[in-house]
Each structure stands twice: as C-alpha cells, then as structure tokens.
Design a protein around this ligand. Structure first.
Ligand SMILES: [Zn+2]
Ligand SMILES: [Zn+2]
Length: 373
C-alpha cells in the first residue's frame, strides 16, 4: 500500500482475547481524514467486542488531531483537534431527514450494519492487519495510534479542551445527556429517579441537573457510587438491597417521596435485564420511563405497570446529532456545568490496556481512558 503508516493498535482477535499489534493505515481518500489519536475512552462495548467473532481494531470513542485530509474535505485541516464519533449521519436517508441522525439507515453500525462495516465510512481496505483488510469497532477503531475516518465522524473542538476530557463525550456522556435532553425532552422543574449510577447513570444525573430538575433520586446498591451520584447532582439517594428484585421496595420509597404519586421521569441505567420494567414502577401516571442501558433480553412485564398513560422509550445514543450536540457539550464543559474530568478515574497507556479492561470489569473506574503519545 502506498503512503501507509504503521500504527500500534488493540486488536480483538474474535475469540475473547485481544493483542497489541501493528496495523497499516493508508492515506486518506476522498472525504476521509487521517487522525492521530490522543485519548480513547473505554466502555463495556469494548469488552463485548472481544467476542464479536472476527478480528477488529477496538475502540469506539475518542479524540485526536488531524494529520491529513483527503480530497473534498472542508472545514478541517492538519493540526485541528477533533472529537471522533461513530454515529455519522448521511443526511439524506429517511431517518436522517426525519431528524433521527443517530439511526441513519445508511451509516449506523447498529441499525444498518449489524456491528459490521457500513457504507459511508472510511474505505475498508485502507486499514490492514497482517496484509488483510481489518474492520474497526463501530467503523472508527479509536484504540489505535492512527485511524482513518470519514470527515462526518469528526467534530472540531476548541484547543482549550483537553483530549482526555473530550475523549469520553462520544459514548457514555452523549448517551446519558442525550437520553435526558433529546429523547425524554426533560422539562425544567420536574423530578427524576435514576436507577444505577455507573458511567451512564452519572451522566443522566448531571444532565437532569443541567436541565433544571427539582429532585434527582439516585438508586444503587453500592454506597460509594451513591456518594459519587451526589457529587454529580443527585438530591436524594436510596441504597437498594440485593434482595429487592425488581426494586419494588425502592418504588414504594420513591412514591412516598413524591406525594404517593411517583416521579415525573425514571431512567434505567443498570443493564440488568430483570430491571427493564423497573422505571415504570417509579413514575407517576402519564410519566416517562426511559430505558437507557440497552437491555435486549426477553423479559416479562406486568402490563399494569403501564397504568395509566405512561410512556416508555428506549433511545439509542441519546438521539445524537453530532454537529449540534457535541458543540453544546463542549460549551457546557467550558462553562463548568458538565463534569468530565471528575468522571475519569484512571488513564492508561495502550500497552496497559489489559489492566484498564480488568479495572473496568471489576467496576473500579467510573471511566478509564487510554492516552497516546
Ligand atoms: Zn461505549
Ligand atoms: Zn442517513
């Protein structure tokens, strides 16, 4: 391959393991941008990617610096700091025109490509491992020193924003914030219950605060997590017991807190399938339950939980519209309203990815970030 560069990258081998290995990244083609990664956030999807059954360059969130732009790229130049994002809209399909850029019918690796390569992303054959083209996680593969992306995957950021802080925006922060503001259309002065206070839950909490919530009740079994929830804006906390399956006891406490009626909104951020219906038990009649964690398992739901007039939504990626939402998040961070640095528990070099993954699985980190130099 001409003009290709060598890049150290984390490669999921498809059988549950990963290795750090050299890949070749080609020069940018039309509408493509070569980015030198500076920081990449980690989430459980990276762990899941180990078992996708094929070699894949890992990582789906991160920030870096533009190294080169291909023909036809406008608005970006060498040296620009950019936030990378996997939900790239084509802007002309049915869903993009409906305003649902995050479920673009042409580009979304979730709705259009089954976690595989979708058109509208950088040329597949431009990234190779051992002489073979290799797919990248969500078509961006951020756990690599260099990555080649379409210009639509880049959102230019201000030089004053540290790469490490920005790197976590394009997954959990966007999901949490967008689920509250874009999907639930949270109304100022409303009350919220947040089930689960991991990375996404904390972002839901701070988004409710930014959106002007009157009360934010955080629920978790872990008291340290609840402490952190308070730092991110929870006004009340309830420590759930492991025995309280389905959180019926918690639901009673929540109802008491809100005049026997229940909260206006409840957000499920636990990723525990058995709790898929739990947010319905926390809300008042005609309240809104939001399943943020992406539960996909079959569960049994007592239909009376929907009584009466309750709304249940399951947004993907907080309805992300990259060009609109990321600049908003940058400015909320710059103003001091959006906490990012407080969320990053640890940073690791790429060579310590095994430690970073172990810490994530053990629940030691609100968020771990891999940094590159
Ligand atoms: Zn993620
Ligand atoms: Zn589209």
């Amino acid at each position: 391959m001409n003009n290709s560069i060598m890049s150290k990258a984390a490669i999921a081998t498809g059988d549950g393991a990963f290795i750090i290995s050299d890949i070749q990244v080609g020069a940018p083609g039309a509408d493509e941008v070569l980015v030198k990664m500076k920081a990449a956030g980690l989430c459980h999807t990276d762990y899941d990617s180990l078992t996708w059954g094929k070699p894949i360059v890992m990582g789906h969130e991160g920030a870096g610096e533009v190294v080169a732009c291909g023909e036809g790229v406008t608005g970006l130049k060498k040296g620009d700091p950019v936030l990378l994002n996997w939900a790239t809209p084509c802007m002309h399909c049915f869903q993009c025109q409906e305003g649902n850029q995050h479920i673009c019918e042409n580009n979304s690796p979730v709705t259009a490509g089954g976690n595989g390569y979708t058109p509208g992303h950088a040329t597949l054959s431009s990234t190779t491992w051992k002489g073979q083209a290799i797919e990248r996680s969500f078509n961006i593969g951020t756990l690599s020193e260099y990555t080649l992306v379409k210009s639509s995957a880049c959102v230019k950021m201000d030089k004053s924003i540290p790469f490490t802080s920005a790197s976590i925006l394009s997954c959990g922060v966007m999901t949490g914030y967008g689920s509250v503001v874009n999907s639930a259309r949270f109304q100022a002065g409303s009350s919220a219950v947040v089930l689960g206070t991991g990375g996404v839950g904390l972002n839901v909490i701070q988004a409710c605060k930014i959106a002007g919530a009157s009360h934010i009740v955080a629920v978790d079994i872990n008291p340290q997590r609840l402490q952190m929830a308070r730092e991110f804006g929870a006004t009340d906390t309830i420590q759930a017991s492991k025995e309280d399956q389905g959180l019926t006891q918690v639901a009673k406490e929540v109802k008491q807190l809100f005049g026997g009626r229940g909260a206006d909104y409840a957000f499920e951020c636990t990723a525990i399938p058995a709790l898929g219906a739990a947010p319905l038990a926390m809300i008042r009649n005609a309240g809104t339950a939001v399943q943020v964690s992406g539960i996909e398992e079959e569960i049994t739901i007592d239909m009376r939980l929907f009584e009466w007039d309750k709304i249940y939504i399951n947004p993907l990626y907080g309805k992300c519209r990259p060009a609109i939402d990321f600049p908003k998040l940058f400015s909320l961070y710059t103003k001091g309203d959006l906490m990012l640095d407080e969320m990053i528990t640890n940073t690791y070099p790429l060579s310590a990815l095994d430690q970073a993954m172990a810490d994530m699985i053990e629940g030691k980190n609100a968020k771990g970030v891999v940094t590159f130099e």
